[in-house]
Design a protein around this ligand. Structure first.
Ligand code: YNC
Ligand code: MG
Length: 385
């Protein structure tokens, strides 16, 4: 019984996904012009993410109220600079940076966002929005505010002629197109034990635990990605991703925005051959988690594996392992405590060998207003922030 989701154009159960296609056919002229009503005392507010005050206000809401682990110890702490980057890819709209404020004191107490993207789903091309950063202040939970945020962003997106969305969540809703497990590769195993993120295995000393995760040899001469690499990275990445049943499709402008390095936000590297052509690409983003009530540490500094493309497109598994080994070394050099990733696309080629451990969490992928036969994790080529 999902009071809200049962009213929405999403498959209501697994037996409803035999054939791909649009669920509900709508037109812009069918969409109402007036915003949905909020409870009195609250008002809609379009966030200006380039304004420092607004950016800090959204950052504060998320840093205190966004996604936590099941024990409420670790909470995502996306930085203000990260949010400024994540919310402004080519074609972004302020109309889709939707906040809710308390009318009296103008405090931002809820948020949801959308950004445009292109996906390929079993060979069909979808121009849609990625929905992310849905958050309601802890004091306003369970009051059915989330469905109002979802309906209002849907209305705003529909008014631009877009009728599909993709989103991910830790929770199970009607109906996942794919479920991917989280994996974790310790870089600072001692700290991860001190904060309770990992446990020292029985019959193991800290010294041997630390030794296990040492990284020494690097294989490829990875260098920070530069502007001049954008067109070759776009071609290489799109070719790699096109192997998967479900994948994002990038324009050069999107690669320029999403993949070029930004200090403390996104880290990306290329390997080149003797003719200076890009042969391999790898990227990760910085997403720390704050730690509740720890005397010694305030944050886990986590690098999340973003997109990559090895020479040979993953047909040579050794190359994939070498590329990821060197990605781990670069994350270690940048002072991250752990590299996290999902068990999707070709990641099984290196997870065991490079000592990633299985996590407790699973990420569910969903489509809005599009039916899609279940995607196996190894056929998933979309990584969201
Ligand atoms: C969730 N994560 O099932 P039913 S992920 C979607 N995504 O509805 P209330 C969710 N729906 O079951 P609360 C959801 N979590 O009765 C809950 N729901 O049909 C559903 N947490 O609403 C839930 N951020 O307001 C139920 O619940 C209804 O006050 C209950 O608010 C929920 O960004 C939430 O995990 C998540 O801030 C805002 O708990 C709150 O609890 C919170 O009474 C911590 O809501 C942070 C957190 C979610 C991260 C994310 C993706 C969101 C996708 C939203 C769906 C987009 C659809 C496509 C729209 C565009 C379409 C076009 C074109
Ligand atoms: Mg609520």
């Amino acid at each position: 019984a999902h009071k809200f989701w049962n009213t929405q154009p999403v498959p209501q159960n697994e037996s409803d996904v035999q054939e791909d296609g649009v669920i509900e056919h709508k037109e812009v002229s069918d969409i109402k012009q007036e915003p949905y009503k909020l409870p009195s005392d609250f008002e809609w507010y379009l966030v200006d993410i380039n304004n420092e005050k607004d950016r800090t206000d959204v950052y504060t809401l998320l840093s205190q109220n966004y996604v936590e682990d099941s024990d409420a110890v670790f909470r995502f702490d996306y930085s203000p600079e990260f949010l400024q980057w994540a919310l402004q890819p080519p074609g972004w709209k302020q109309d889709w940076h939707l906040g809710v404020r308390v009318a009296s004191n103008k405090k931002i107490v809820a948020f949801i966002s959308g950004i445009p993207a292109n996906l390929s789903v079993h060979e069909s091309k979808l121009h849609l929005v990625e929905i992310n950063f849905l958050c309601v202040h802890k004091k306003l939970r369970s009051k059915r505010l989330a469905p109002v945020l979802i309906k209002e962003i849907t209305r705003r997106v529909n008014l631009t002629g877009i009728f599909q969305a993709v989103y991910t969540a830790g929770v199970n809703l009607p109906t996942p197109i794919s479920i991917c497990r989280y994996f974790h590769r310790p870089l600072n195993p001692k700290k991860l034990c001190e904060v309770g993120f990992s446990q020292l295995p029985h019959n193991t000393t800290m010294a041997s635990h630390i030794k296990k995760y040492k990284l020494d040899v690097s294989f490829l001469n990875l260098q920070p990605m530069q502007e001049g690499d954008v067109s070759q990275v776009t071609a290489l990445l799109n070719e790699f991703l096109s192997q998967f049943e479900f994948h994002q499709v990038f324009s050069e402008e999107e690669v320029r925005h999403m993949m070029l390095p930004i200090k403390d936000v996104v880290f990306s590297y290329v390997a080149k051959d003797e003719n200076d052509n890009v042969t391999d690409f790898t990227a990760f983003y910085s997403l720390p988690s704050s730690i509740a009530r720890n005397p010694k540490h305030t944050h886990i500094h986590a690098a999340y594996l973003f997109y990559y493309a090895p020479k040979g497109l993953g047909k040579d598994q050794t190359r994939s392992r070498h590329l990821m080994n060197d990605t781990l070394i670069l994350a270690k050099q940048a002072n991250f405590d752990v590299v996290n990733c999902l068990g999707l696309s070709h990641n099984q080629q290196f997870l065991d060998e490079l000592k990633f451990g299985k996590g407790d969490g699973y990420l569910h992928y969903y489509l809005y207003n599009y039916r899609c036969k279940t995607i196996q994790p190894e056929q998933m080529g979309l990584v969201m922030l």
